[in-house]
Design a protein around this ligand. Structure first.
Ligand code: FMN
Length: 370
């Protein structure tokens, strides 16, 4: 049997297969609330056969949004809207995850199609960071977070986790990657604090680990918790794969069940290099972190072909495979993968109400050809 279509148990959740839809922002949520548009968008991937559909980065506080139209989970009306989203994904056959996010010093920008430019913070608050250094030249000058900010942010993540649970979400992923708040505390490139939240790696991990512990405590014991990390900042610069090993070991101890192995997102000093983005470009990070820490991991990035995804699992480089852009191009990606990997055309994976008819048509065409 194809490994891609074998189930995976994570605490009390059974994923029906190993195909994950990576979280992807859509910048379409007025007041942070999911609409029927979000339901239709994510339900397409569920109907298309993915086992786990991740909702996009969802802000835990108003000033934690990267744009004014990010999803949010800091108030009850947003939780009710998320409930509709989870229901739609469940009804179409997949588990529903949500990614909890604080954009930190990368908050308050325009949408990407408007240039991702800094705009006045829609929350009317000042952008937050580990220090007052902006993410890049021309970016917002953040306010360096103090002890009361830390306590507020940790509690906001926990409160968002409670709302996600009430909304029927199956899995939470804490966003610790891509230069956003928690990554900006981890990386020595952005965290130059001299207090208990900076300095050596133990200090830089403090806020992310506090958040992980608070979310774990607020999130039911039978539901799995994931973290997305930037496995490295770049080639030989900043946060390293060895740092990620230390972090992943600490995350496992804090009750994290799954590590989603991304990379980058930090603006690098001039002359330093990002990881080249070829096919499967982050798989070696997932593989290394899985082997050195024993973590259950997601491989993501530049995976487009069914055979490639299957090979990642066959080599035991990862436990799950996530796709982003290729899913946007083909929301039926998992079903098309089943057609190539599963005996008998994978028709059993299609939703019965229309799969039966497509199967009949395909078999008739095959007979006519013979
Ligand atoms: C339109 C778009 C929006 C994205 N939004 C998010 C997001 O909300 N959170 C996140 O962690 N990554 C986000 N990403 C990154 C993807 O989840 C994924 O890691 C990346 O695209 C690499 O995978 P791929 O090569 O399969 O697309 C986004 C990517 C795209 C293309």
């Amino acid at each position: 049997m194809a490994r891609l279509f074998q189930p995976l148990d994570l605490r009390g959740l059974t994923l029906k297969n190993r195909v994950v839809v990576s979280p992807m922002q859509t910048y379409s949520a007025p007041e942070g609330r999911a609409t029927p548009w979000h339901q239709a968008h994510l339900a397409r991937f569920a109907l298309g056969g993915a086992g786990l559909v991740m909702a996009e980065a969802t802000a835990v506080t108003p000033e934690g949004r990267s744009t004014a139209l990010d999803l949010g989970l800091w108030e009850e009306a947003q939780a009710r809207a998320l409930e509709g989203l989870a229901e739609a994904v469940h009804a179409c056959g997949a588990a529903c995850g949500v990614q909890l996010q604080h954009a930190g010093r990368k908050a308050a920008t325009s949408a990407p199609w408007e240039g991702f430019r800094p705009v006045a913070d829609p929350a009317g608050a000042q952008v937050l960071g580990p220090t007052d250094a902006p993410a890049d030249a021309g970016g917002h000058v953040p306010r360096a977070m103090g002890p009361s900010d830390m306590a507020r942010i940790v509690e906001a993540y926990a409160a968002a986790a409670r709302r996600a649970d009430a909304a029927g979400v199956d899995l939470i992923e804490i966003h610790m990657a891509h230069g956003y708040l928690l990554h900006s505390f981890l990386s020595p490139l952005s965290n130059t604090r001299a207090d208990a939240y900076g300095g050596a790696i133990e200090g830089r991990m403090r806020l992310p680990l506090d958040v992980a512990a608070a979310v774990r405590a607020a999130w039911p014991a039978h539901k799995p918790l994931a973290c997305r990390i930037s496995s490295v900042d770049g080639i030989g610069v900043g946060w390293s794969l060895e740092d990620s090993q230390v972090l992943v070991t600490a995350l496992i101890a804090a009750g994290v069940d799954l590590v989603d192995c991304s990379s980058g997102g930090m603006i690098l000093p001039r002359g330093d290099m990002m990881v080249p983005r070829g096919p499967g470009f982050q798989v070696p990070f997932a593989s290394r972190l899985k082997r050195t820490t024993g973590a259950c991991v997601i491989a993501v990035g530049g995976i487009t072909q069914a055979a490639e995804a299957e090979a990642v699992l066959a080599r035991e480089d990862a436990d799950l495979v996530a796709l982003g852009r290729e899913m946007l191009a083909d929301p039926n990606w998992a079903l098309h993968a089943a057609a190539t990997l599963v005996e008998d055309g994978g028709w059993a994976h299609w939703p019965k109400p229309f799969g039966w008819w497509l199967e009949r048509r395909a078999r008739a065409a095959h007979r006519d050809k013979a």
